[in-house]
Design a protein around this ligand. Structure first.
Ligand SMILES: [Ca+2]
Ligand SMILES: [Ca+2]
Length: 313
């Protein structure tokens, strides 16, 4: 049984914790994201978790379905819809639909919640779930690969985008020329402009401290640009959240992340080697730096410089 409780805060006191959702006994809740997924000015709940195979036979035991993460949205409802759908609640309390709507099934890591295409609606970035059989078929059977490709389901990552009118989600799939990597758990992937053309690209945080950079041509066609590994000096080191910011103010986004071991934590900065902004030139064109006219010019000769800077914090 998966149960979710919510504590309501008011100016006077903390309202008593109360159960708002009870789910079936074949779902194990692992994460909850509270956000306005349906773009209605109301906070909905996205619940992610594992599901279990139904037991077979008298002595059968339920088994977790390997690597499957299901994301469901429990929509907040207003009091007009309360009688039909909500849990019992009194006036003034928040109410949610009792049944969650499945918005995506993902393999391995939980999807990240972000605004993928900049339309102010939240999307999900994760690895599309395929069963073991589907995976085997795809690996071994060229005809199956072709069928998958033709049916548009050969892609490995998907976003679920809110329709914005509160009616549901549409699924868009990111086509890649080749397989995407296995995502780290948890993964700190990002949608950021890496090659300077002002069009967001994809940074995927993969297993074993590796990452992939996928460039977006502006029409949502993604091409693998590079695969790299973040080297760590100590075998006990662990990487935390990877973020992007223009640390050295040269106009390109750099990588920054904490690394911790059992003794200390430090911040590591990896600079994006990219054509820098010009310091004094405001017009015309230059090969050494970007003038104002070249600010959104694509430059695919960039790389992250792993002669990195470390700051002990
Ligand atoms: Ca770009
Ligand atoms: Ca920079």
């Amino acid at each position: 049984m998966a149960t979710l409780k919510i504590d309501g805060f008011s100016k006077k006191e903390i309202e008593q914790s109360r159960k708002i959702i009870e789910d079936g006994d074949r779902f194990e809740c692992e994460n909850v994201v509270a956000a306005d997924f349906m773009n209605r000015g109301m906070v909905d709940l996205m619940v992610m978790g594992s599901v279990y195979k139904k037991a077979t036979g008298i002595f059968g035991r339920e088994e977790k379905i390997k690597d499957l993460v299901v994301a469901r949205i429990f929509r907040q409802i207003n009091h007009k819809g309360r009688a039909a759908m909500s849990t019992k609640s009194t006036e003034g309390e928040v109410a949610f639909k009792e049944q969650g709507d499945i918005v995506g099934m993902f393999r391995g890591a939980q999807p990240m919640v972000l605004d993928f295409n900049g339309n102010r609606q939240l999307d999900l970035l994760g690895k599309k779930y395929m069963s073991e059989n589907e995976m085997d078929n795809l690996e071994q059977d060229q005809a199956a690969q072709k069928r998958q490709k033709e049916s548009g389901s050969s892609v490995f990552y998907s976003t679920a985008t809110s329709t914005g009118d509160g009616t549901g989600f549409i699924h868009e799939y990111i086509e890649g020329e080749t397989k995407f990597c296995e995502l780290a758990q948890p993964h700190f992937s990002s949608v950021v402009d890496l090659n300077g053309d002002c069009v967001p690209d994809i940074f995927l945080h993969c297993v074993d401290n590796t990452f992939e950079l996928w460039l977006n041509d502006g029409k949502s066609n993604f091409t693998l640009y590079s695969r790299n590994k973040i080297s760590l000096s100590n075998s006990n080191d662990e990487i935390g959240q990877i973020s992007f910011a223009d640390i050295n103010a040269d106009g390109s986004l750099d990588m920054v992340y904490p690394v911790c071991n059992d003794k200390e934590c430090r911040l590591e900065i990896v600079y994006n080697n990219q054509l820098p902004l010009c310091k004094n030139s405001y017009s015309g064109f230059s090969k050494e730096c970007r003038t104002l006219a070249q600010v959104c010019m694509q430059n695919n000769k960039f790389s992250f410089d792993f002669e990195k800077v470390s700051l002990v914090v």
